[in-house]
Design a protein around this ligand. Structure first.
Ligand code: ATP
Ligand code: HSE
Length: 293
């Protein structure tokens, strides 16, 4: 039996829609695999009642198919589905690492990115890799049609998760088809600023670079209370705030001493609207870890 822990991730970071992603220290999914004649899946943990065990509908089933690696796969969910924290991607990334090792397929972590992305195609209709890449590789990742670039980074963040669901499929329907050149120019500038911030582990540059006037405003309309929570986080010291992935999670970049106050401010702001939430005080961290039992 092999066990893999794969971390939650936050995609887009505002200015890098479908391109940027970061691995988070917590939460994470844990996947256990053993060889079997055909794939069988069991799911326990956060939100497991909403996750199909049918291999044809679960992201890990798509990965087992892609690797031609049938197995009994046990998923222990630490990341609630439809969260914006890459729940479906973490399971897929973990399964890709575990099954690659179980069947000695010999693929590198970078080669596993398109394999794990098959799971994303299953649940959201597109094989976008901006969650699976950081979950596999760790740090900050840049996904383009030409491949993945990875950078180790260590920025403190708060990921606040309200008790509501936004499916990636629905959130992709509000993405505009086109954008004004002025907004594109601003967004390119912000993405470049964010990338420089990542190379320097500079939370101020990263936060400033999270601004985006094209996709994020359309998505915030799907998250009750977004503006109040963002303002509360900024007042408490966040250097930047944006929607995490497709939402409803909200990501704040910050300096370490402000983390606790930002987490409390975000929870209080949701609470004032009658919405329960929890906040992960974490940092950009490592990719999936393999354990041999
Ligand atoms: N192993 C799995 N883990 C989580 N969700 C899964 C899994 N397999 C299938 N799903 C389905 O995927 C959907 C959740 O995926 P979705 O992409 O909407 O959420 P997410 O991964 O938390 O968000 P995001 O991609 O925005 O970070 C749910 O419908 C869920 O049932
Ligand atoms: N880039 C994708 C990530 C979804 O997790 C989106 O925002 O739709």
């Amino acid at each position: 039996m092999l066990t893999v822990r794969a971390p939650a991730t936050s995609a887009n970071l505002g200015s890098g829609f479908d391109v940027f992603g970061v691995a988070l220290g917590t939460p994470a999914d844990v996947v256990r695999v053993e060889r079997a004649p055909e794939t069988r899946i069991t799911v326990t943990g956060a939100g497991s009642q909403y996750i199909p065990e049918d291999p044809a509908q679960n992201t890990v089933g798509a990965v087992a198919d892609a690797l031609d690696a049938p197995a009994h796969i046990k998923i222990d969910k630490g990341i609630r589905p439809a969260s914006g924290l890459g729940s479906s991607a973490a399971s897929a990334a973990a399964a890709a690492v575990a099954l690659n090792a179980l069947y000695d397929r010999g693929l590198s972590r970078a080669e596993l990115v398109p394999v794990a992305a098959e799971g994303e195609a299953l649940v959201s209709g597109e094989a976008h890799a901006d969650n699976v890449a950081p979950s596999l590789l760790g740090g900050f990742t840049v996904v383009t049609d030409d491949g993945v670039t990875q950078l180790d980074a260590s920025i403190p963040v708060v990921a606040c998760l309200p008790e509501m669901s936004v499916s990636t499929r629905d959130a992709r329907e509000v993405v505009p088809d086109s954008a004004a050149l002025e907004d594109v120019v601003d967004t390119v500038g912000n993405a470049a600023t964010l990338t420089v911030g990542m190379t320097r582990d500079d939370p101020d540059l990263v936060g400033r670079g999270m601004e985006d006037a094209i996709v994020t405003p359309e998505r915030t309309a799907l998250i009750d209370g977004y503006d109040r929570v963002r303002d509360a986080a900024l007042e408490a010291g966040a250097t930047g705030v944006t929607v995490s992935g497709a939402g409803p999670g909200i990501l704040a970049a910050c300096h370490r001493p402000d983390q606790g106050a930002i987490a409390a401010a975000m929870i209080d702001a949701f609470d004032a609207l009658g919405i329960e939430s929890r906040a992960y005080q974490t940092r950009i961290g490592e990719g999936a870890t393999l354990y041999r039992d």
